[in-house]
Design a protein around this ligand. Structure first.
Ligand code: RM4
Ligand code: MN
Ligand code: MN
Length: 424
């Protein structure tokens, strides 16, 4: 559903006075307003094509109506989000959930909405109808060479789809592992996986990157073959310069120090991809910033510090994506909230006084170091983020426009109440 430009302007005009007051205040409080605004305008977070419908849990799924019925409609939904916030200018596809039957048509449609194709995702964690061999006991790690070959071929096929669309990266997330002690020989599982990844890596175009995502548990509950950042890092180091680790915020054991993980991966030049979500217990895939906003800030603080230390471009040095699932909220509203939380937190991280922080660290002044971080975290950056949107022709308040324009109602009218988007 297209939201007409004049509707956005109407909404912005009505909200302008209030916004201006708040923006003037924050601008008077900080020094580098223009620089921060520019960075906010440039920063883009990809939306995965599987996050546009209702996720559900293994106990049930409660679809909300108006879900996209095909890839075209998924692109339209993301285009609508991008028109509202100008921060979700990319789409990440999962094959085979979203096979682009006609690549040039799909590419043109995405371009119309100002969208790029972010990382392509392979899927060897489910068996597809008509598939010859099963992934029940793993894919790239499987003890059976023929299963491994099938999974390798699938990944190479995903790369081919990506080339047609203009994507430049492949994300490999494996459900491989074991559910019971004794089921697997850990070293053999690692070696098989490495050999399989090597074959996929050799099919990567020169200007592509491969992201290897780790996850502590689920669907396997005893061991996971790419279970943590150390394991992913070992694989990607062996693979070569085009291979990188991907950090998904929900894929750690409780209380892991994720900010330290991203800092060290950046130092080693091996942080390539990033999946945003939030969690209370495990891979909960909740709205970004809804549970642990301070942790998100500390992670962003290390991301900014580490990227700057390497002279990396914040917007495209790392593949940023939201990886969430929506059980009780409207998925599109949830995505708007997630993008907003990311931008607010990114802006806070940009506010950290790095020179003073370094000085405090060098003097072992623990109290000042904490004050500096919390000063940034407690700054209300919402007006900065809104101003960045205003300047790029998007909405001052995307969620309010989504609601007042009755987007969901419109989508239900267009697509029906009982549509089910492909995905988990
Ligand atoms: C996994 C992981 C992957 C995502 C799948 C759907 O837990 O986060 O990134 O592609 O879920
Ligand atoms: Mn993920
Ligand atoms: Mn996950």
């Amino acid at each position: 559903m297209l939201i007409e430009k004049y509707k956005l302007s109407q909404h912005n005009e009505a909200a302008l006075k209030d916004h201006q007051r708040k923006f003037d205040f924050i601008a008077s409080e900080i020094n580098n307003t223009e620089d921060i605004l520019q960075k906010l305008i440039e920063f883009q977070v990809a939306i995965p094509s599987w996050a546009l419908g209702t996720g559900g849990t293994r106990f049930g799924r409660f679809p909300g109506g108006g879900e996209p019925r095909n890839l075209e409609e998924k692109i339209e939904d993301i285009g609508m989000l991008h028109a509202l916030n100008n921060s979700s200018g990319a789409i990440s596809l999962h094959i085979p959930w979203d096979i682009p039957e006609n690549a040039s048509h799909i590419k043109a449609l995405a371009a119309q909405h100002g969208l790029k194709f972010d990382a392509m995702n392979s899927n060897t964690f489910q068996d597809q109808p008509g598939q010859e061999l099963s992934y029940k006991y793993g894919s790239l790690q499987n003890v059976n060479k023929a299963v491994r070959k099938q999974a390798i071929d699938h990944n190479i096929e995903v790369i081919k789809y990506g080339i047609e669309l203009g994507s430049e990266s492949l994300t490999v997330w494996l459900a491989d592992g074991s559910c019971f002690p004794g089921q697997l020989n850990f070293r053999k599982a690692f070696q098989n996986t490495l050999e399989s990844l090597e074959e996929i890596y050799s099919a990567l175009p020169n200007d592509w990157k491969m992201f290897l995502e780790y996850k502590a548990f689920e669907p396997n509950f005893y061991s996971t073959t790419v279970g943590d950042w150390g394991q992913s890092f070992t694989y990607v180091n062996k693979l070569g310069p085009k291979a990188f680790t991907l950090v998904d915020l929900g894929h750690h054991l409780p209380n892991a120090n994720i900010e330290q993980i991203v800092s060290l991966l950046l130092m080693e030049g091996k942080l390539g991809g990033f999946h945003f979500n939030d969690s209370k217990y495990g891979d909960d895939d909740l709205t970004v910033g809804s549970i642990k906003p301070y942790q998100l800030f500390l992670i962003f603080n290390e991301l900014v510090e580490g990227m700057d230390a390497k002279g990396m471009n914040h917007a495209n040095g790392i593949g940023w994506m939201i990886d969430a699932s929506h059980n009780v909220k409207d998925p599109l509203e949830d995505l708007l909230q997630s993008v907003e939380a990311i931008m607010i937190t990114y802006a806070q991280a940009l506010l950290v006084d790095r020179a003073k922080l370094q000085e405090a660290q060098n003097n072992n002044d623990v109290v000042t170091a904490q004050e500096i971080l919390q000063q940034a975290f407690r700054t209300d950056t919402r007006a900065l983020v809104a101003e960045a949107r205003l300047r790029s022709g998007a909405a001052l308040n995307p969620l309010a426009v989504f609601r007042s324009e009755k987007v969901r109602e419109g989508l239900i009218k267009q697509r029906g109440l009982k549509t089910v988007a492909t995905g988990l």
